[in-house]
Structures are given as structure tokens and as C-alpha cells.
Design a protein around this ligand. Structure first.
Ligand SMILES: Nc1nc2c(ncn2[C@@H]2O[C@H](COP(=O)(O)OP(=O)(O)OP(=O)(O)O)[C@@H](O)[C@H]2O)c(=O)[nH]1
Ligand SMILES: [Mg+2]
Length: 360
């Protein structure tokens, strides 16, 4: 499935049917009087948040969404039938903007949430309506109103509880594959992940569910378009917590004797903080979002080295720091327990669940 998070569509309410001018024509009833029925109202277009969709891809193929028009009125006092409403499904997390005014019409973030996007036109009036003591044989009728037309801009910001951010290769996709049933592509080259993956962390027989978003890696200069850019950060904007993955083995380098040596304190802090500036450039509030540093790949270093780096970072960053190895799975249970504890009751409240999703 290709991940598309922006689309433009046009919605149109159905036109109202015209009213009719007609007269009763029956045997032995001369001058039967007006009998033209009203036109039916046009159907309206509604948007609804659904968990059957995970991307806006379908809107790239179908751009115009139009409700049915109302039927014209008939003779013998017959009113036209109303046009059927059109219900358009959007993935949960879709923001719907009026493309002309840029006004946010809806933020569909709960399954079943519904919004009126384009109202159908009212039906016209038949001549029966114009009958009065002074106008016994009215010939007037009105046409139906036109349905509303709107150009819409759709933007999907996936709704996840936890966002994984970090440099390419830090192990974000490996982590999501270990703690949820999501199976994203994993490889030892940068930018393996090209679009977000969602995974659901379920605990205690589905009593707890937490949605985790794995996004493409960020690098220095991402805000200026380097690498895959920072566009994907919008998918962690609505998370409650960021897990900032760092490959701890990058804190060391090999010297001329092929011996592992620790990098300088400045370099280490530089590695960790390199993406923070990019996040801030994208959205300053991301910097204030709760963030935990997760040092991954501890299987590649000695315990003494790990202790050294953790102490160094704790002193400087003042952020919670966790150590894990997605390979040996060391530290994973502790991390999950901390997540459960941190999310507390919110974890239990979750109603809108999604299934693991992988986008190509
Ligand atoms: N030794 C070791 N290697 C790991 C560990 N976790 C992940 N890797 C490897 O690190 C490489 C990168 O992992 P990914 O999960 O693809 O990294 P990513 O952060 O998703 O990378 P991008 O999608 O490119 O941003 C892969 O070769 C993984 O097998 C770990 O705990 N220990
Ligand atoms: Mg990845």
C-alpha cells in the first residue's frame, strides 16, 4: 500500500429537484385545481472517520464526490424523492480544510466522527404551494436550489501515542517490529523506511493498546530537504511521547590500530542532538514534547562503555535514558513497562484501535 498523506478533492451536494406546475385532470371534476408537487432535496455529502482506511491514496484516483440530486416533483400532488446522501470515508486522523479559504472544517480523529462537507440543495416548490384565495390556478413553481460545491484539501496526520524518531539506522523499525506485530522493512543502510509504519503494542490480552509510529530517519539539514526531509514529522506531531532512538555504537570510532575508542563528549552530544534542531525547525512544540532517549544496540558495546555514555548523557540532557538491544532484547521489557506506567489510565481508555500497518 502506498502511503499518501495529502490530497485534494471536490465535493458537491446534489441539486434539489424542480417543483412542478400541474393541474388535476379528472373525469367529472372540471377545474380540478393545482396539483404540482415539490421537487425532492438533493443529498448532502458527509465525511466520516473510518479505520478501514490508512492512507489518502484512494482520493488520488477519485477526485470528485457528488451526492445524488433530488427528483423533480410530479403531477397529482406527488413530491419528488430526495437524493441519497453520500458518505465519504476518511482515515482516522484526517484534517479537512476548505481549499479556498484554508479554513479547517474538521479534524476527524475518532472512528465514526461525522462532518457535513457539502449540503444538498432544497427542492423547488410545486404550484400547489402557490394556491391561495386570490390565486386559484397558480402556474408558478420554483426550480430546486443547487447543491453546495467545495474544494477540499485533505491532510492525514496519523494518530499514534508514541512516535519513534532518530537518525537513519538507529533501529526504529527494528524496535517497532520487536514490540508490535508490525513488520516494516529493516536494513543496514540509511533511509530504509520511506514512509510511516504504525504498530500496535498490545499487552495483557489486548487490555492495553498503544499505537506506535515509526517514521523515516532524520539527518542534519533535513529541514532544508536533506535526506527525506522533515515532512514526515507531522506524523509524530500528535503523539504524546517521542522515543528518540540513538545507535550507541556510533559513540565510538576505530583508531588507526583498529581499536575502539570513545568519541569526545561534544561529538556524542552532537550525535544525539543533531535531529532536535530539525524537529524544532519543523514545529517548535516538538521540542517541548516529552522525549525519552533510547540507546539501542547495547549488544555492540561493553557494559563499562555503556555505563560511561549513560552517565555522560544523563548529566547533560536531563532526559530519561533507556538502554536496549533489539537484537538480544535486553531492556525491552523495562522500556515497555515504563511506557505502560507513563501512559497509565490513558492506556485503558483507548477505544479506537487500528491494526498494524505497513506502507511501501
Ligand atoms: N547489533 C544490533 N543491530 C541492530 C539492533 N537494532 C537494529 N539493528 C540493525 O541496525 C540496522 C538498521 O535498523 P533499522 O531498524 O532499519 O533502522 P531505522 O532506524 O529504522 O533506519 P531508517 O529506516 O533508515 O531510518 C539494521 O541492520 C538492523 O538489523 C541492535 O539492537 N543491535
Ligand atoms: Mg526504518
Amino acid at each position: 500500500m502506498k502511503f499518501i498523506d495529502e490530497a485534494k478533492i471536490k465535493v458537491k451536494g446534489g441539486d434539489g429537484g424542480a417543483g412542478v406546475a400541474a393541474f388535476r385532470r379528472e373525469k367529472f371534476i372540471p377545474k380540478g385545481g393545482p396539483a404540482g408537487g415539490d421537487g425532492g432535496a438533493g443529498g448532502s455529502v458527509y465525511g466520516i472517520a473510518s479505520n478501514r482506511l490508512n492512507t489518502l491514496l484512494t482520493f488520488r484516483f477519485t477526485r470528485i464526490h457528488e451526492a445524488k440530486r433530488g427528483e423533480q416533483g410530479g403531477g397529482k400532488d406527488k413530491n419528488g424523492q430526495s437524493g441519497e446522501d453520500l458518505i465519504v470515508e476518511f482515515p482516522v486522523g484526517t484534517l479537512v480544510y476548505d481549499d479556498d479559504t484554508n479554513l479547517l472544517l474538521a479534524d476527524l480523529n475518532h472512528v465514526g466522527e461525522r462532518v457535513l462537507l457539502a449540503k444538498g440543495g432544497d427542492g423547488g416548490l410545486g404550484n400547489l404551494r402557490f394556491k391561495s384565495s386570490t390565486n386559484r390556478t397558480p402556474r408558478q413553481f420554483t426550480y430546486g436550489e443547487l447543491g453546495e460545491i467545495r474544494e477540499l484539501r485533505l491532510e492525514l496526520k496519523v494518530l499514534a501515542d508514541v512516535g519513534l524518531v532518530g537518525l537513519p539506522n538507529s533501529g526504529k523499525s527494528t524496535l517497532i517490529s520487536k514490540i508490535s506485530s508490525a513488520r516494516p522493512k529493516i536494513a543496514d543502510y540509511p533511509f530504509t523506511t520511506l514512509s510511516p509504519n504504525l504498530g500496535v503494542l498490545s499487552r495483557k490480552k489486548n487490555e492495553y493498546q498503544m499505537i506506535i509510529a515509526d517514521i523515516p530517519g532524520l539527518i542534519e539539514g533535513a529541514a532544508d530537504g536533506t535526506g527525506l526531509g522533515i515532512h514526515f514529522l507531522k506524523h509524530v506531531q500528535r503523539t504524546r511521547l517521542l522515543l528518540h532512538l540513538v545507535d550507541i555504537s556510533t559513540f565510538c570510532s576505530l583508531n588507526s590500530l583498529n581499536k575502539r575508542v570513545k568519541k569526545s563528549k561534544e561529538d556524542i552530544i552532537g550525535i544525539v542532538n543533531s535531529i532536535v534542531y530539525e524537529m524544532e525547525k519543523f514545529d517548535p512544540t516538538l521540542k517541548t514534547k516529552p522525549r525519552w532517549i533510547v540507546l539501542n544496540k547495547i549488544d555492540l558495546l561493553l557494559d563499562s562503555e555503556i555505563r560511561f555514555f549513560v552517565t555522560l548523557l544523563k548529566d547533560v540532557l536531563q532526559l530519561p535514558i533507556y538502554q536496549i538491544s533489539c537484537f538480544s532484547e535486553e531492556g525491552l521489557n523495562d522500556l515497555i513497562s515504563e511506557l505502560e506506567y507513563w501512559f497509565g489510565s490513558f492506556f485503558l481508555e483507548k477505544k479506537n484501535t487500528i491494526s498494524d500497518v505497513r506502507f511501501k
